[in-house]
Ligand binder design. Structure first.
Ligand code: GLU
Length: 509
């Protein structure tokens, strides 16, 4: 039995905002580690300088924080295995690439990018794909094909080179994936000689990833399905570097699929159907284009985490609501499915509604207060809590508190035309004037008392309730929405109620 401490890593490349699929990868890593008392590590894989995007790393860190997925080790956090940014580890990769060259597992390749491009084009012209590997390497400019002195000369002259992995011929590489079971790749059929070390002195993803997983004592590599084709190379690298004994276990998570149609969920789906695919709002530093974030759209992190957890994993029971703590207890990697999981934006809202309704009165009041403060609208705690209590049932998001309750804090600036047409009659102003007179006499301004006085007055006049209630509501809130009318009067206060009725009479006419 292996009693090594569980250590997993989330290893994003800072090439843009973190997609919700990336957050799910982080979540599953986090859950797997935490339930076993293990470590969750954040490693920034920034060896590809061409794809580096300003602000992406900070965005990743902020996103994890918002979700409550706090790494035990990582950039800005520290830890015994740092640094956690690959660019800061630059100096330590070359020795491993050289070790592989010396052992015959890798070789120098001097082909220029132009030469490779030419070969690619030539292959394309005859409807083939060029691949640098078993079938072609002997005819190319590398240390396997060139004479020894020639290689020495080129190296001495400081000619640019890359180091490529020498894929062994016709070998079946099999590995047990914790989600997929045994996976086998044949080297000749599906693998080329990947670049491990580049001419700019930086390792590629493959080398840096394996070296760091080894040096950081990673026990389990849990990542997206798109990395499954890299697994055989990584497995061979462990062997070639003599690290087979401590090779991590692999688990490749299923794709998150589009709400409709085929394929992987993309930002375009979100734009088309109006939902975010990123945890936080993202402003592209180059184009200035802003993409929506779950946070800014009013989702609660607990709802976001809950919905992500169920994309690809299920508890095997009917339970759908899970806090992060419950997930940590319940999650099992072997209950993660192989097949892709369809994202449903409506279900995402449904989750949010649940968490909204779970909030305490004071939490919801704080949310509404925040909105009012942002709009510089003065308010008092009593009104806020009355409003929240009476509109919360209709809300899914924090911003619904404003959409459903704005008229408690602002006089209507317009009146819903349809309602006016249907409900506002010629004698309405006259009747409302009398109602206002009645209101001014009501003692103890409270829904029950108002209703009592109102009903008595209606009986006395013999007016139909509808003929007055609808226009009254219209003048108080600007439309036909809202909770009980007398409650609205109470919350608005006597003075404001009378003022609004008067305003309605003047404005609607
Ligand atoms: N840097 C890779 C990424 O951006 C990491 C893949 C892995 O976890 O091995 O997803």
């Amino acid at each position: 039995m292996d009693h090594k401490k569980i250590r997993v890593r989330f290893a994003p490349s800072p090439t843009g905002p973190l997609h919700m699929g990336g957050v799910r990868t982080a979540l599953f890593n986090y859950l797997f580690a935490k339930q076993q008392g293990g470590d969750f590590i954040l490693r920034i894989e920034d060896t590809d300088q061409n794809r580096y995007v300003e602000g992406a790393e900070a965005y990743i860190i902020e996103s994890l924080k918002w979700c409550g997925l706090l790494p035990d080790e990582g950039p800005g956090i520290g830890g015994a295995f740092g640094p956690y940014r690959q660019s800061e580890r630059k100096g330590l990769y070359k020795q491993y690439a050289m070790q592989l060259v010396e052992n015959g597992w890798a070789y120098y390749a001097f082909d220029t990018p132009e030469e490779i491009e030419k070969l690619r084009k030539e292959a394309e012209a005859i409807k083939e794909t060029f691949s640098y590997g078993i079938a072609t390497r002997d005819k190319l400019n590398n240390s396997l094909a060139l004479p020894k002195e020639e290689i020495g000369k080129r190296l001495e002259a400081g000619e640019d080179f890359v180091i490529r992995f020498k894929m062994p011929e016709d070998t079946d590489v099999s590995e047990e994936d914790l989600i997929r079971g045994s996976v086998t790749f044949n080297t000749t059929k599906s693998l080329d000689d990947k670049v491990l070390f580049k001419s700019d002195g930086m390792p590629t993803y493959h080398l840096a990833n394996v070296v760091d997983d080894h040096l950081m004592g990673i026990t389990h590599v849990i990542r997206g399905e798109e990395w499954l084709p890299s697994m055989p190379l990584h497995v061979l690298l462990y062997k070639a570097l003599g690290w087979e004994g401590t090779k991590p276990r692999f688990a490749h998570l299923p794709l998150i699929l589009k709400p409709v149609g085929k394929g992987k969920l993309s930002k375009r789906d979100g734009d088309k159907l109006g939902f975010p695919v990123f945890p936080l709002e993202w402003k592209d530093p180059k184009t200035g284009e802003t993409s929506k974030g779950y946070k800014e759209e009013g989702y609660f992190p607990e709802a976001f985490i809950n919905l992500l957890a169920l994309l690809g994993w299920n508890p095997g029971t009917e339970q759908e609501f899970f806090s992060l703590g419950e997930l940590t207890k319940t999650f099992e990697l072997n209950r993660v499915v192989k097949s892709g999981s369809r994202f449903d934006p409506e279900k995402a809202k449904w989750f949010n509604k649940h968490y909204f309704q779970q909030k305490t009165a004071s939490e919801l009041s704080a949310l509404l207060k925040e909105i009012l403060d942002e709009k510089a609208i003065p308010s008092n705690d009593k009104t806020i809590s009355l409003v929240v209590e009476n509109i919360k049932e209709r809300c899914e998001f924090a911003h619904d508190l404003w959409e459903q309750g704005h008229y408690f804090f602002q006089q209507p600036s317009t009146y819903d035309e349809k309602t006016v047409k249907k409900r506002w009659k010629e004698d309405t102003p006259e009747k409302l004037t009398l109602i206002n007179e009645l209101f001014s006499e009501v003692e103890g301004w409270e829904a029950g008392a108002i209703k009592e006085a109102f009903s008595a007055f209606m009986d006395e006049k013999g007016w139909g309730f509808g003929a007055i209630m609808n226009p009254l509501r219209l003048s108080l809130v600007g439309g036909n929405m809202g909770p009980d009318l007398f409650l609205i009067c109470e919350i608005l206060g006597k003075e404001e109620t009378i003022k609004r009725v008067q305003l309605g009479i003047e404005k609607i006419g």
